[in-house]
Design a binder for this molecule. Structure first.
Ligand code: SF4
Ligand code: SF4
Length: 156
């Protein structure tokens, strides 16, 4: 992969340092993280080693606009095995936070946020579920539109 040097963004590197503890700077690209990652079995293009490298190189646009930063399942397998102690899931979280700040939010994530804002859950309670709960003597589940606000303090 060839990268234009104009893609380097020093401010992005400084912001990443502010969000994170810089353990990613110790990465020596051994690939143990990628070899350990279960997500690669589902999406071959996902590559945590490459994402750490892109972040280290200060490639802000390419890193934050990558859909791959959203695919990490936070299983921590890579972090447990990394010989350099890079806490990759935390790197992913930092990248996601910065991506949101910069407006790089994938459409499915926007939909998830909207659903959580509206109902406090990702799927509506349909008649079938409501009836099942009644039959089993369980209380009905009410929509909880304040859920996201309560979690984040953000406007729903
Ligand atoms: S396992 Fe650690 S050192 Fe090796 S490539 Fe992944 S992040 Fe870098
Ligand atoms: S934490 Fe993320 S990058 Fe690391 S192994 Fe799990 S899914 Fe892969």
């Amino acid at each position: 992969m060839f990268v234009d040097v104009g893609e380097f963004d020093a401010r992005f590197l400084r912001k990443l340092k502010g969000e994170f503890d810089e353990s990613h700077l110790a990465c020596f690209q051994c690939g143990v993280c990628s070899a350990s990652c279960p997500v690669i079995g589902i999406e071959a293009g996902f590559n945590p080693r490459r994402l750490v490298k892109m972040a280290r190189l200060g490639l802000k646009r390419l890193t934050l606009s990558s859909e791959y930063i959203w695919l990490c399942s936070m299983c921590f397998l890579c972090g447990e095995r990394c010989p350099q102690g890079v806490r990759i899931p935390e790197v992913m979280t930092a990248l996601r936070n910065l991506a949101v700040e910069e407006g790089y939010i994938p459409e499915p994530m926007k939909r998830i946020r909207r659903l959580l804002s509206e109902a406090g859950r990702l799927y509506p309670i349909d008649d079938f579920t409501a009836e099942e709960r009644t039959d089993r003597g369980l209380p009905q589940i009410e929509a909880e539109p304040g859920f996201v606000k309560r979690l984040t303090g953000a406007k729903p």
